[in-house]
Design a protein around this ligand. Structure first.
Ligand code: S3P
Length: 417
């Protein structure tokens, strides 16, 4: 019998790690950050901030010191690696700086859309030279004007880039989005004493003359990484798994909301606050799942968890439909097509119909080769399926987990030890 057990701690939250590094680099004086994710994406943010003049000590999960200094023209191109969050948030920061900088990234990032950020930044007054809708591109910031913006996409990266532009350009910014996206930037702004308000879903930042003082913050564990461990626990045949120190921000926990609707039960204990973010320990047990419909409004709260939720749906009774997941086409890979194709490759029925994803549950043993396209979340989602008794899942590669969860395979193994 495949029993789950023990206690695991997911790595630091990726979204929050990027944001605290960037805010520390913009603060006055020295900041101390603990619990940072040590994944490659966060290292990309640290590298780019160093190129701009910030003094960031080597990335570790214990204590990272950031000594801020005035940003200056970088000597070379800013390579954002695989990290969309680095590229988009740094664009916002650069919009308020008086020098030009060129951003680029790996082949996956260079294919990802940037106009969603460059268009509103241009409206604010930034000069941007771009060839198509992607990297590389050059931005020259400077004197900005305020912005009142209705974003066509529910994207925390767009929202955060514009808030960062308001911060560095010292102008007011108001943003509305079709559905509420993760609010880590808003929470950090408030935690650091900046003037940020939510009026009926319109997020407004008002600049002030005071600068951000150096700060100390502990980053909670990443709920998106915890989701893979929770999924393995739900699919096990006995036991229970404790996942400690997980960020349970309401704009991020859609995976757990849907998991409970599908029939699992997750206990939340030791609820506490860490730097303006709610944190808890989670206890997850095996469960029989039933298919469900995931609504368009829920998608932003679980946008990175669709692959692992689709994998669980492939083991649930009946059909699961994910509504309006077209955004998955422009993630680290075309996740919409690849999730469906990989589920079919291992013997289940799944397909993208327009912008919806349909998955049929099955109790057959999953067997076959999975193409991850070097996408960390595809690798981890299908590795979870590989823990089922009798499963034979061959991943095209495993190294991509270093982006967001470097110790994923070790932790997954420990849960079954
Ligand atoms: C992120 C926002 C989401 C998410 C990404 C991280 C962030 O992207 O998919 O992994 O840190 O703001 P979008 O803003 O493009 O939805």
């Amino acid at each position: 019998m495949r029993r789950i057990g023990g206690v695991v701690r997911p790595p630091g939250d990726k979204s929050i790690s990027h944001r605290v590094l960037m805010l520390a680099a913009l603060a006055r004086g020295t900041s101390e950050l603990s619990g940072l994710l040590t994944g490659d994406d966060v290292k990309s943010s640290a590298r780019v901030l160093r190129q701009l003049g910030a003094d960031v000590s080597s990335i570790n999960d214990k204590r990272v010191a950031v000594h801020a200094s005035r940003f200056s023209h970088p000597a070379s191109r800013l390579n954002c690696g695989n990290s969309g969050t680095t590229a988009r948030l740094i664009l916002g920061i650069l919009a308020g700086q008086k020098f030009a900088a060129t951003l680029t990234g790996d082949a996956s990032l260079r294919r990802r859309p940037m106009r969603r950020v460059t268009e509103p930044l241009r409206t604010m007054g930034a000069q941007i030279t771009e060839k198509g809708d992607g990297l590389p591109l050059t931005i020259k910031g400077g004197k900005l004007r305020g912005l009142n913006y209705q974003s066509p996409v529910a994207s925390a990266q767009v929202k955060s880039a514009l808030l960062f532009a308001g911060l560095t350009g010292r102008v007011p910014v108001t943003i509305r989005e079709p559905y509420r996206s993760r609010d880590h930037t808003e929470r950090l702004f408030a935690h650091l004493g900046l003037a940020i308000h939510d009026r009926g879903g319109a997020i407004s930042y008002q600049p002030s003359a005071v600068s951000i003082p150096g700060f100390e913050v502990a980053v909670p564990g990443d709920v998106s990484s915890a989701a893979f461990l929770a999924a393995a626990a739900v699919l096990a045949e006995g036991g229970e798994l404790t996942i400690e120190n997980v960020g349970v921000n309401p704009t991020r926990i859609g995976f757990f909301v849907v998991l409970e609707r599908m029939g699992a039960h997750v206990d939340r204990v030791n609820l506490r606050d860490e730097g303006g973010e709610p944190v808890a320990d989670l206890i997850v047990r095996p469960a029989q799942l039933a298919g469900t419909e995931v609504t368009a409004a829920e998608i932003p709260t679980l946008v990175d968890e669709v692959p692992v939720l689709a994998v669980l749906a492939s083991r649930a009774r009946g059909t699961t439909v994910f509504r309006e997941v077209g955004e998955l086409r422009v993630k680290e890979s075309n996740r919409l097509e690849l999730v469906a194709a990989n589920l079919r490759a291992i013997g289940t029925q799944a397909e993208a119909r327009g912008n919806d994803l349909h998955v049929e549950g099955s109790y057959a043993r999953p067997r076959g080769r999975v193409e991850t396209a070097s996408d960390h979340r595809l690798a981890m989602a299908f590795a979870v399926l590989g823990t089922l008794p009798g499963a034979d899942i061959r991943l095209s590669e495993k190294k991509s987990v270093a982006i967001s969860y470097p110790d994923f395979f070790r932790d997954l193994k420990r849960c079954f030890a």
